[in-house]
Design a protein around this ligand. Structure first.
Ligand SMILES: C[S@@+](CC[C@H](N)C(=O)[O-])C[C@H]1O[C@@H](n2cnc3c(N)ncnc32)[C@H](O)[C@@H]1O
Length: 313
């Protein structure tokens, strides 16, 4: 199946396994970038085929069990259309399908918001933050919430927690609202439009702040593969050294954390830049399945000591 033949030939019913082989071959030939929740053409092909079959992407782990199932001609036509769109536009597949999957959960997404892929999700899902918390957090902040994925995962992880979710982008908050409703979390997840800490409740002290901010350095922004250029630049761009937002976040953090509060900060591949900028700060790096040091834990007391004059960002 080439994009052209996929669009031109009348679709015929076939098995999921046959559709997967055709789709994977077409995606592989197109030399796409697979950095948005899927690692390969094979993985994306499974997602496209499962989506057409009305199955969740999490079934990719058991694809062989579905391989002999039949797709109707209409479903095969949908596979062709999504494959053609992915190749022709170089949009992340999540935008083509209108959904992203993170630690087994579905989130609605479109080009108004970055595709969820935070390393923090795995830490929440596996309870890896619990050893850092004196007790289950009552007040959690997801700073730079995007689709709301981390706020929702935090609310699901700690059932009595109230979670504030901040973003500057009205578009992102509109998508977060869709996801919050999908999980029925309107009463515990509050969406807040704010430039970082600026509209944060001045009285509230958070037990836990989760933050996956924009941290891509300017030089990397200039050479992003096409897929990343479909995402909002304000979700990625972190200035010359990637630390522009993080500087403001760290300077304001102590004022919004409880005495034993904890901040969990994602910096992706930018640990060296982080240490060059904030070498004085004791950060503990947490390993995840796909990255040894993309996320660090910072304690309120250390943030207070390092940025003692900070009263807000
Ligand atoms: C890397 S994305 C993370 C989104 C989400 N937490 C996730 O993990 O998928 C960063 C988010 O920060 C938001 N953002 C950028 N500048 C901001 C600012 N000054 N104040 C608040 N949010 C900001 C962007 O709109 C974007 O949604």
């Amino acid at each position: 199946m080439t994009p052209a033949s996929a669009a031109d030939a009348p679709a015929q019913a076939m098995t999921l396994g046959e559709a997967w082989i055709q789709t994977a071959q077409a995606l592989a030939r197109a030399e796409l970038d697979f950095g948005h929740g899927c690692a390969s053409a094979d993985d994306e092909a499974a997602w496209i085929v499962l989506h057409a079959a009305g199955l969740p992407a999490t079934e990719a782990a058991r694809f062989a069990e579905h391989a002999d199932g039949m797709l109707s001609a209409e479903q095969v036509a949908q596979v062709h259309a999504h494959t053609t769109q992915r190749i022709a536009t170089r949009q992340p597949l999540a935008y083509v399908l209108g959904e992203a999957w993170l630690v087994g959960l579905r989130f609605s997404v479109d080009a108004r918001v970055i595709v969820p892929r935070s390393f923090i999700a795995e830490l929440l899902d596996q309870g890896a933050l619990d050893p850092w918390l004196p007790q289950a957090p009552q007040h959690v902040l997801d700073l730079c919430t995007g689709s709301g994925c981390l706020a929702i995962l935090a609310a699901l992880a700690w059932e009595s927690a109230r979670v504030d979710a901040i973003d500057l982008s009205a578009d992102a908050l509109a998508v977060a609202q869709i996801n919050r409703a999908a999980y029925g979390l309107e009463s515990r997840v509050q969406l807040v439009a704010s430039d970082l800490w600026s509209a944060c409740d001045p009285v509230r002290r958070y037990d836990l702040v989760l933050c996956n901010p924009p941290y891509v350095p300017a030089a990397s922004m200039a050479s992003l593969p096409p897929e990343y250029r479909h995402e909002p630049a304000m979700a990625l761009a972190g200035g010359d050294d990637g630390m522009d937002l993080i500087r403001r976040i760290l300077h304001g953090a102590a004022a919004h954390l409880s005495a034993e509060g904890v901040m969990v900060l994602e910096v992706g591949n930018e640990r060296a830049a982080f240490e060059a900028a904030f070498g004085q700060l004791p950060a503990v790096w947490l390993e995840t399945a796909l990255h040894p040091d993309a996320v660090c834990v910072l304690l309120a007391a250390d943030l207070r000591a390092a940025f003692s004059q900070a009263a807000g960002a």
